[in-house]
Design a binder for this molecule. Sequence first.
Ligand SMILES: Nc1ncnc2c1ncn2[C@@H]1O[C@H](COP(=O)(O)OP(=O)(O)OP(=O)(O)O)[C@@H](O)[C@H]1O
Ligand SMILES: [Mg+2]
Length: 346
Amino acid sequence: MSKQTSGLAIETAGLVKTFGETRAVDGVDLAVPAGTVYGVLGPNGAGKTTTVKMLATLLRPDGGEAHVFGHDVVREADEVRGRVSLTGQYASVDEDLTGTENLVLLARLLGHGKAAARTRAAQLLEAFGLTEAAGKQVKHYSGGMRRRIDIAASILNTPDLLFLDEPTTGLDPRSRNQVWDIVRAVVAQGTTVLLTTQYLDEADQLASRIAVIDHGKVIAEGTKGELKASVGAGSVHLRLRDPDQRVQAADLLRRALDAQVQAEPDPVALTARLSAAAGQDTAAEQAARALNELAAAGITVDNFSLGQPSLDEVFLALTGHDTHTPDSTASGAASGSHDAKDEVAA
Ligand SMILES: Nc1ncnc2c1ncn2[C@@H]1O[C@H](COP(=O)(O)OP(=O)(O)OP(=O)(O)O)[C@@H](O)[C@H]1O
Ligand SMILES: [Mg+2]
């Protein structure tokens, strides 16, 4: 069970945490390989933060076991604390201090001498693009700057395992990209990262393995490729010359490919979700057959692309609701449809 023998940074078995009636974490098994980014993907209230807090020894599990680098998070909490760092969803720097003051203070608390603390603070501010803002109070930082200083604070000492709890929620695309670069740099230094996110593209970009959680349970786990493959072979996106031929084209695709076909908002566009079970044909072979049949029927295709399923499609297929519907039972009345796109009339 030690790091050396298992190669696992985190290993949990049947982890449980309840708050009154709520089973926030309901029997979670995880195996996180050391030296990788592991994504924990789930909607609001799925149990992501509660899981992270138990692994970071901030909450005591009500059941099951968790080991971090082979150390039990309850019985060997001190050893675990010595090796992990947490950037929380609601983070910890002091709003009234400047960027530099925050990092120097925290570095001093971690035992760095005065000069070393200043050097490390300046180094991180530079690396995170915060040199110009270093002398400003954190309360005047933008959301993106704020998130970067939070992460900087959590890696003053390079941790073996870094928990990043929704590090980019609410950030604009540019700031998200900056945080992603930081995560890649941290992993390149040898740190294992457990990243929670509600964003499928974020897990797709950063993580090598992903656990999808919903209502406190892991509902799927694997590499990105495995998760995508479990949903289907991919999607064919088509744009037709003539919008009047769309219904006919959809019918034909449905028959030829045994695919789910959807009309896009663009009146000439169609998406066919290929099923993984369509014989031995690869997605490309299925797509080629479809194009031939469309041509034979006199339907002109202007534009065509073949893509892997998105993680959004994975989540929808696994949970029956999209990532923005935290509880299908609670909101079932409001959202009649499982999908935002309209099924093409047969
Ligand atoms: N301290 C607490 N007391 C009572 N209930 C709690 C507490 N912490 C979490 N919960 C409940 O446990 C469930 C899981 O919460 P958690 O914060 O782990 O979800 P999450 O996946 O982090 O969600 P989000 O994406 O919104 O951060 C939710 O139903 C939440 O209301
Ligand atoms: Mg959370």
